[in-house]
Design a protein around this ligand. Structure first.
Ligand SMILES: Cc1cc2nc3c(=O)[nH]c(=O)nc-3n(C[C@H](O)[C@H](O)[C@H](O)COP(=O)(O)O)c2cc1C
Length: 511
């Protein structure tokens, strides 16, 4: 299988569209646990500091910290904050028959199939090593002792941000923990749900003035081997290089000892979804040439000239953001997914701030220069004070939205979001659409991971932007081709990647 054999992506994408997924019932007796629990490794306590530093959420979300020559090495306490506010347990909700631990970032079905690992040099409070983060007891478990950052330098064929990073966070997905409910479509969720975590991680890193860069160009087998993963079930999906050291780490040969630790069974039995494994394999980078090919590919966003009426965003200036935005930490702590939207309008300024702050760029190796994107943003405005109801396209380059067609599309929005009330009741529905042909041609199958991840990251930023301003939000799934049809002819040839509904919640928290 080769990253350039694109039929595999099309086969996966087309066979996991709604409608079309095979009927499925939930086997509650076989529901997987939402944690990876190592049964033989001792926990290493992480200091827990969840106080607010005062950075407005809208600032943290929108700022990218530039790399300078200044050394930036986070200590364990700071790493603990990054982990907590990205993937920590923020709420425990009891219901008849059990309880659910909800986490800092939204996740399809609250199934929490993404795990975080650290590959670190010596930092204040933690010896060099490879660690797994366990949200269930807010602890690390050491998988390897010593400095293995050079293996990541090798895996990424010398990616500078990784060679300079005192700490790299690796996200993995254990597919069964999500496919239990969503079958093969869970592979898309891998990147959406990793994306929402990374949106938080980037925002908190930015509040701590830590430069961060997302890296998807790595030899999969090397990273998976370093973490000791059973790759038929769990795989690394993204790296985030954090901080900056004056002396770069040298590349180190990939031959590291095999590690294998016992973990708690997830459920009675696990069901294999071959389409997930096939798509993951097809989008894996096998050798240096493929990683270099990935790194040298770039994509320029082509934003079509507007043809319709334009509405320029009313953006709150940086100096006034603290007047309208809650702090980043409080925003993450209160974030949830709105279960019911009130049919009342939001203001155009609120919408403007949400769109503008979420699209200031994602520091990632597949986006160059910062500010380019793989996804385009389309909107259904159900009710926003000051602008007509209708379908819109967001021109990021000029900070304006273009009216594509005017009208009340609540019914259509409800249908597109799988016939649910949430998108029909919301003030605005934000759709991410991408020209998959173009993305795959540039990046190969790996581009599929990138385009889904980018949608998840910007979607995660939308969530935070909304809650920062006292609004609600919910990620949603959708009828793929009907979304394209609805926004066509403008969206002709594009594929829907993700959908987020925004508006006023009926209650602040409904669970
Ligand atoms: C990518 C994504 C897709 C989602 N899709 C739906 C959906 O189709 N319907 C829904 O009611 N909630 C959806 N959600 C919300 C999740 O159910 C919710 O995040 C999860 O239950 C955790 O709860 P919390 O977000 O309140 O912390 C989605 C969330 C994400 C991140």
């Amino acid at each position: 299988m080769n990253n350039r054999e694109l039929e595999e992506t099309w086969e996966y994408h087309n066979s996991t569209k709604h409608p079309g997924m095979p009927p499925h019932y939930l086997d509650w007796d076989n529901q997987p646990i939402p944690f990876k629990i190592y049964t033989t490794l001792d926990p290493i306590e992480i200091p827990k500091d969840i106080s607010s530093m005062g950075t407005p959420a809208l600032t943290g979300i929108s700022e990218c910290i530039a790399y300078t020559e200044a050394e930036c090495i986070p200590d364990l306490k700071t790493i603990g904050r990054l982990l907590f506010f990205s993937a920590g347990i923020t709420k425990r909700v009891k219901y008849p028959g059990g309880e659910i631990d909800f986490r800092a970032a939204a996740c399809t079905g609250a199934l929490y199939h993404i795990d975080l690992y650290l590959v670190t040099g010596d930092i204040d409070g933690l010896e060099a090593g490879v660690y797994h983060f366990g949200p269930h007891d807010f602890s690390l478990r050491r998988l390897r002792q010593g400095d293995f950052r050079g293996v990541l330098v090798n895996a990424t064929t010398g990616e500078t941000s990784v060679a300079r990073a005192p700490v790299t966070i690796i996200s993995t997905s254990t597919f069964w923990r999500n496919s239990w409910k969503y079958q093969s479509r869970a592979y898309r969720h891998t990147f959406w749900d990793n994306g929402t975590i990374l949106a938080n991680l980037l925002a908190v890193s930015s509040a701590h003035r830590i430069p961060a860069r997302i890296v998807l160009g790595f030899k999969d087998s090397v990273v998976n081997h370093l973490l000791g993963l059973d790759t038929s079930r769990e795989a690394a999906v993204s790296l985030v290089a954090l901080g900056y050291t004056k002396t770069p780490v040298d590349s180190r040969p990939e031959e590291v000892e095999e590690i294998k630790y016992e973990t708690m069974p997830l459920s009675r039995k696990e069901i294999d979804y071959p389409a997930i494994r096939a798509m993951h394999l097809a989008s894996s980078l096998k050798d240096e040439d493929e990683v270099r090919g990935w790194r040298s590919a770039t994509i320029e966003s082509e934003i079509p000239e507007p043809q319709g009426r334009l509405f320029h965003l009313e953006i709150t200036e940086d100096k006034d953001v603290n007047l309208i935005s809650d702090s980043l930490e409080r925003t993450i702590l209160k974030r949830g997914s709105t279960r019911q939207f009130a049919r009342v309008p939001i203001t155009f300024r609120e919408l403007s701030n949400v769109l503008y702050r979420a699209t200031r760029g994602v520091p990632a190796d597949f986006l160059s220069p910062y500010g380019s994107t793989l996804n385009d943003i389309y909107l259904i405005v159900n009710e926003v004070e000051g602008i007509p109801k209708g379908a819109y396209f967001y021109h990021r380059n000029t900070n304006a939205i273009e009216l594509l067609k005017e009208g009340d599309f609540r019914k259509e929005a409800g249908h597109l979001g799988l016939g649910k009330r949430i998108p029909a009741d919301a003030g605005v529905d934000v759709f991410f659409l991408a020209d998959l042909n173009k993305v795959l041609e540039k990046f190969g199958n790996r581009g599929y991971r990138a385009v889904q991840l980018e949608a998840g990251i910007i979607g995660g930023k939308l969530y935070l932007d909304a809650y920062a301003q006292g609004l609600g939000a919910s990620g949603l799934t959708f009828y793929d081709d009907d979304v394209t049809r609805f926004f066509s002819p403008h969206a002709e040839g594009k594929s829907c990647m993700f959908l987020v509904a925004l508006g006023k919640s009926v209650k602040k928290r409904t669970r």
